[in-house]
Design a protein around this ligand. Structure first.
Ligand code: ASP
Length: 312
């Protein structure tokens, strides 16, 4: 049930979420819901051709195709929707929402998700731009698509497990955590995943409990970084569970970082977390130093960068 209270709206985002946060705050100030604001914010990032880790103009997989993943969660109802491995449709966050609202499922992948997008009235369109293809051309010639399965596996292993930090694979994601004026929470995550990933590879972003979780009673959490790590230790839901068991926000986040470090991440692998509690406290965490996140509350005039707490 909604309370009638008029709380200060709050938006927490990854660093690339400025445009989405500004638009979402306008919506929240007009009394919009957390779930609408989270979806709107992610759509704006997805539509931005300059943002190469999310939506249109995303990073290409090993075959030069853009495959998108997204999820969102309603903290009031614990309803959630997600899609993964979607080609030819850019607004995967809205597709995830349609999965949540129109189907008795929580996650659709690949062909089924694309079919559903068509049914929902989305128009198919090439999500690659010159820039996204360039990420591919820098690594492969056009003949790359002719490679055998064994050769592709060798390439993806070499590219995604760099021996040196400077060989790090490009990747990124947008995270939005929202509290509306009623105190409802919602979270949205959208990504094209890792550049040069093996076709069909899915990271943490559409995996509820790994890259995204939200519960009005305890808080909202989302991740960016090397998704395989967050999947292996269920980072987003774990942080929420630590809050439920009484830990402070900082202690819960640090515990999640410690779990990531215990996995012995490979060179270049890292994890970033953003988290918010129902009373509007927020924090960012990262296994590497020097990282930031964005926060924006109703009485502020623009989103501001906060430092992520690190154990690295
Ligand atoms: N977490 C995303 C994934 O693993 C990528 C990223 O955030 O950099 O697909």
């Amino acid at each position: 049930m909604h309370t009638n209270s008029h709380l200060n709206p709050v938006i927490i985002a990854s660093e690339n979420g400025r445009g989405g946060a500004v638009a979402a705050m306008e919506l929240l100030r007009r009394g919009g819901s957390a779930i609408d604001a989270a979806e709107l914010a992610a759509r704006i990032t997805e539509d931005d051709p300059e943002e190469h880790s999310v939506g249109f103009s995303g990073l290409p997989n090993l075959l030069g195709q853009v495959e998108l993943d997204a999820s969102l969660m309603n903290g009031r109802t614990l309803e959630t929707g997600a899609v993964a491995g979607v080609q030819e449709y850019g607004n995967v966050i809205s597709l995830a929402r349609a999965v949540m609202e129109e189907l008795p499922h929580v996650l659709l992948v690949g062909r089924g998700a694309e079919r559903f997008a068509g049914e929902m009235g989305q128009k198919p369109a090439d999500q690659r731009t010159f820039a996204s293809l360039d990420y591919w051309r820098t690594r492969f010639t056009e003949t790359g698509v002719e490679l055998t399965g064994a050769e592709l596996r060798h390439i993806v292993t070499r590219l995604t497990q760099p021996l040196h930090l400077e060989d790090r694979v490009p990747h990124g994601t947008v995270n939005y955590l929202v509290r509306d004026t009623h105190g409802d929470l919602a979270s949205a995550v959208s990504t094209s995943g890792h550049a040069w990933k093996y076709p069909g590879r899915v990271g943490d972003s559409p995996i509820i409990g790994a890259g995204n979780y939200c519960d009005n009673r305890y808080g909202a959490v989302a991740c960016t970084g090397s998704g395989e790590l967050a999947i292996r230790v269920s980072t987003a839901r774990s942080l929420i569970l630590y809050l439920k068991m009484g830990m402070s926000l900082d202690a819960a986040g640090l515990e999640c970082l410690a779990e990531i470090v215990q996995l012995n991440p490979r060179v270049g692998q890292y994890m970033n977390i953003v988290a918010m509690t129902p009373d509007g406290q927020h924090a960012g965490f990262s296994t590497v130093p020097g990282k930031h996140y964005l926060y924006y509350t109703g009485e502020m005039t623009e989103p501001v960068l906060g430092e992520r707490v690190t154990n690295g």
